[in-house]
Design a protein around this ligand. Sequence first.
Ligand SMILES: Cc1ncc(COP(=O)(O)O)c(C=O)c1O
Length: 505
Amino acid sequence: MADTQSKQWHAPLFDTLTALQRSNPVSFHVPGHKYGQSIAHLTGMNDNAVQTFQSIMRIDVTEISGTDDLHAPSGIIQEAQTLAAEVFGADQTFFLVGGSTVGNLAMLLAACRPGDLVIVQRNAHKSVLNGLMLAGASAVFIMPQKNAGSNLDVLPDISQVEEAMAKYPDAKAVFLTNPSYYGLSIDLEPYAKQIHAHGMLLLVDEAHGAHYGLHPAFPRSAIQAGADAVVQSTHKTLPALTMGAMLHVQGQRIHTLALADALRMIQSSSPSYPIIASLDMTRAMLQAYGSDLFEQGIHAARRFRAWIKDQSAFETIIVDEEQGRSSAAAIRVDPIRVILREAHGRLSGFDLQQRLEKYGCYAEMADLRYVVLLFGLAASDSDVDRLQEALHAIAEEIEREGLKARENVEMPIEHHRTMSEPVVFTRSGVQHASNGTETIPLSNSAGRYTVEAVIPYPPGIPLLYEGERITEETIIYIQQLMEHGARCQGASDPTMQTITVLRTG
Ligand SMILES: Cc1ncc(COP(=O)(O)O)c(C=O)c1O
């Protein structure tokens, strides 16, 4: 097992906050909890709540002497961000307190002026569409490819990107999402070269790949492949606090001042110090332990995949790592993420997720077919034992209940349509259309234009964005999702029996 003992860390931001705490400061400033003192005497309350919050409140400071300012860094935050840029191979790194969500918004706000065009992979997170809307930009959507074995989406083929760039030579940027929520990715270097040859920016949502490039078993990162700006959710696969993320920049194609400006606009003027200190701590751990940090999680996921091979009731999606290294366009699966399904179509991903929860195993996400399990850097042998015991018990349940295969359900991506016409995203939007709107049964909505987005969460990829024409396939897919207990954001009727559309005529 890896040597993860007794290393020295250097974390300027985290170290300053803990030193401040040790100096017994008297707070005459916000936040009102005063390093937890304001709740310390409330012992009549739930003691556990006081203790739990106090440990975080001790480092929950604000901009006072020595603690710098995230929006105009010149001290410990600047140093922490510079150290992070070194570890992640960027020229400049911004710490984010609003997740990859604000990183996506900022990239689009910085790269686009109103009316600019961006070539966007269709299965993007909703924050990308919101970014386009805030920027007043238009999008040409290009469709993801399907991975044959799993039928899951991966990056659009490079020829599609080329076709879109040739047809829309004035586009400012290409916006790609890699890896997918399922952990499928393709090396971005050929994309970066081609996109730069057209004088466009490559912007990448790498929310699920903050660990990429940090261990030889992982695919290389988008920055290593040549992207101009990349967001990573450090809180997703690395040990930062929730909402802790980073925006990495490389080269001169995107203006860092414009990014900083956008971030000042969309992030709180009181950013959370525990969150940015956790980003600093994560970087310090990576520097101190290097790739050793991931050995345990990689080992656990390998052990689980090997076990699954002998289980007739379940299977995992495997794309060969060696094949991935030898072929540039090969699809890779994240080594510390497992895509699991019941092998004979008797349980949907949602069913399997619920059954796992009965045994105390909580998955990252499920869909109609798959459950996604994040092993991360620290899954242990005993975690794997728990999971295997749970699956063993579920296999017995399936047999006992005599379950039969369900109808095969697939995501209705329109493969014949590889590129959309430009779609204008404006904040004034379709809701204020002159003809007005009406709410109708979803089942009767084919051919109409929705005024609300329909976003199953997770994964947060809009099935319909505001203003999109509704197709029969999409209706069936939404109905199937709802039957299996999916949750949809964005829509005014959370049961999705009805949908609000533009009036016709
Ligand atoms: C592909 C993708 N991009 C961006 C985000 C937003 O990330 P965050 O939750 O860090 O804001 C998500 C969230 O799940 C995502 O799946």
